[in-house]
Write a protein that binds this ligand. Structure first.
Ligand code: SAM
Length: 355
């Protein structure tokens, strides 16, 4: 949703919106939903269990109940359905990977001024640790496990026999494409710690025998093999235009004639490059966490694809409510015999996506 701020009252309301997120994050930091579990708690009992003050806890719980993540019964509190499942570490639907990531993000975003001043990511001097990569990969899985099957149902594989999930992380998309296409074989390409998580996740799937793993740094090394489809989801924004152009050339070299390179990302769609507002905000995350990442318009990405040697670039329509990003899929074809697909063409020059 696009938020316009024109009055001082609107400005004040938007700035003070940090309050509720902070209350929700405190609840996560205290493991409150996990501790509440499926019991009804009085404030004194719960405060004792969490080792916090009764005064502090009663104010926090009242606010959690006001937005429905806890339920209030007289002077006691119990979990909502959400609190008892996705936010509860003892429940199988727990989304701990993602929750851990957003807990860290509060402290990261406080450091935004450092990145604005330097133009560098906040932790540019700290190498990516395997532990962090594993945690991030679980977070990706927890974010996309419902979206991926919906996308796989709409991005048709046609006659494709092989798919490479480039920067596939947990392989959630690769698994969704395999589940949807019984004769397809797929490979997930990522760094080793991410692939360890992908193997754990795939171990629970029927299609796991059709999935393989490709440990590689594709920003430096050529991509071995030859694929009918390369799926490049949520990676474009991590890299600068120059880096993406180089990756596009490597992807083209790893496609069969007429093969498809499908990019999913937070594309900007207006002439000035402001909207969707979520895509502009997402660029702030790229400032905080990457050396050269940003969010880009579909039309400039289409230009880079053409420069890299792809012959067409078109937007793939996805039903609203099932999208990862608004109008977030762009498909390009390698020269050669083209497979049959549906879609709308993107202007290769200029600022606007042709619709
Ligand atoms: C934001 S995640 C996206 C994961 C998944 N494609 C999705 O859409 O949910 C980006 C992934 O790309 C991987 N990645 C980025 N650059 C890479 C590189 N140069 N070589 C290998 N993997 C890379 C990261 O490790 C991470 O798993």
């Amino acid at each position: 949703m696009t938020q316009r701020i024109t009055t001082f009252d609107e400005f004040r309301d938007v700035v003070s919106a940090y309050r509720l997120p902070r209350v929700l994050l405190i609840a996560l930091e205290l493991d409150l939903f996990t501790t509440v579990g499926d019991r009804l708690w009085t404030i004194p009992d719960l405060a004792k269990e969490l080792k916090v003050s009764e005064r502090g806890l009663s104010i926090i719980c009242r606010n959690l109940a006001a937005v429905g993540v806890l339920q209030k019964k007289g002077a006691s509190y119990r979990n909502s359905r959400l609190g008892a499942t996705a936010l509860n570490a003892y429940h199988r639907a727990y989304r701990g990977g993602y929750l851990n990531l957003i807990k860290r993000h509060w402290a990261d975003w406080i450091r935004l001024s450092e990145s604005v001043r330097s133009g560098l990511p906040i932790d540019h001097d700290i190498p990516d640790s395997p532990d962090y990569r594993r945690q991030f990969t679980w977070a990706m899985h927890h974010t996309t496990l419902e979206i991926a099957p919906a996308i796989a149902a709409q991005v048709h594989m046609g006659r494709a026999k092989t798919l490479l999930d480039l920067g596939g992380g947990p392989g959630t998309y690769a698994m969704a494409f395999l589940a949807r296409n019984p004769t397809l074989r797929a490979a997930v390409c990522d760094r080793e710690p991410a692939l360890e998580v992908a193997k754990e996740i795939a171990g629970r799937h029927k299609a796991r025998h059709r999935l393989s793993y490709l440990p590689l740094d594709f920003s430096k090394d050529p991509i071995p093999g030859s694929y009918d489809v390369i799926w490049y989801s949520n990676v474009l924004h991590m890299y600068s235009p120059e880096e993406n152009r180089a990756i596009f050339r490597r992807a083209l070299a790893a496609l069969t004639p007429g093969g498809r390179f499908i990019i999913q990302d937070a594309f900007l769609h207006d002439r000035e490059g402001l909207y969707p507002a979520e895509a502009s905000l997402f660029a702030v995350s790229m400032l905080l966490f990457t050396e050269g990442g940003n969010t880009y318009s579909a039309s400039e990405t289409a230009n880079w694809l053409k420069d890299a040697g792809f012959i067409t670039a078109k937007s793939l329509p996805i039903r609203k409510e099932t999208e990862d990003w608004e109008d977030g899929i762009l498909e390009a074809s390698a020269p050669g015999q083209r497979p049959k697909t549906t879609g709308r063409r993107i202007q290769s020059k200029g600022n606007r996506t042709a619709r």
